[in-house]
Design a protein around this ligand. Structure first.
Ligand code: UDP
Length: 197
């Protein structure tokens, strides 16, 4: 299959455009769980070495893309160079563009309240045809968390965008996967902070 193992982590050998094509397919599918994409940096790869729970999360992911030049360099050392970095931030921007054209819906979870609100407002202005299924900041109580899951269940977004840091986002998606009727879910690190400016 289209993977290259680096320290036990099966990295996708797809380009950014090929990755987007896979996600478009996932949006078109009827799924019982979201397609869980992980954009993995060297830190996640290293942590997965001695954190069994994280290793399981990585193994259960539907696709793992190289986020960070360190992973690309490692692939070159192995003589099987991965084509390019596929980062959460770049993926998010491309998916918002496609979402604007195709009317996809997004739920944005994470960052502090002011940042989350500002980022989502910016997205509304820049991509007016993107449907905002909902949003919530990333410093939630267990009670908030139940409401977040319920909101995702009601709105069934195409994309669940999770900005809780790495590997916080990956843990959260994995934990709730079976209760989240989104088509695709992935962590985007500090992307909402960048979009909020
Ligand atoms: N974040 C959050 N809840 C948390 C921890 C972090 O919403 O409990 C957000 C934080 O506000 C930021 C994003 O996660 O918007 C990424 O955080 P950070 O840069 O610390 O994580 P990294 O991706 O660099 O590990």
């Amino acid at each position: 299959s289209k993977t290259l193992h680096i320290l036990g982590v099966p990295f996708s050998t797809r380009t950014m455009n090929e990755t987007i094509e896979e996600l478009e397919q996932a949006v078109g599918q009827k799924r019982s769980k979201p397609f869980h994409l992980i954009t993995a940096n060297p830190e996640i790869v290293m942590k997965a070495q001695d954190d069994a729970a994280l290793r399981q999360i990585v193994q259960d992911a539907d696709m793992i893309t190289p986020d960070g030049i360190g992973i690309i360099l490692a692939s070159r050392w192995k003589g099987a160079p991965l084509p390019e970095r596929v980062t959460g931030y770049e993926l998010l921007l491309k998916l918002l563009e496609l979402g604007h054209a195709g009317g996809w819906s997004f739920y944005f979870l994470g960052a502090d309240e002011a940042t989350n609100e500002k980022a989502v407002d910016t997205i509304r202005v820049k991509y007016p045809n993107v449907r905002i299924a909902g949003r919530h900041h990333g410093f939630f109580t267990p009670e908030d968390e139940r409401r977040i899951v319920a909101e995702v269940q009601t709105t069934e977004p195409d994309f669940l965008i999770v900005a809780l840091g790495a590997p916080g986002a990956e843990r959260w998606i994995h934990k709730h996967k079976s209760d989240l009727p989104a088509k695709v879910a992935f962590g985007v690190g500090g992307s909402l902070d960048v979009i909020a400016g």
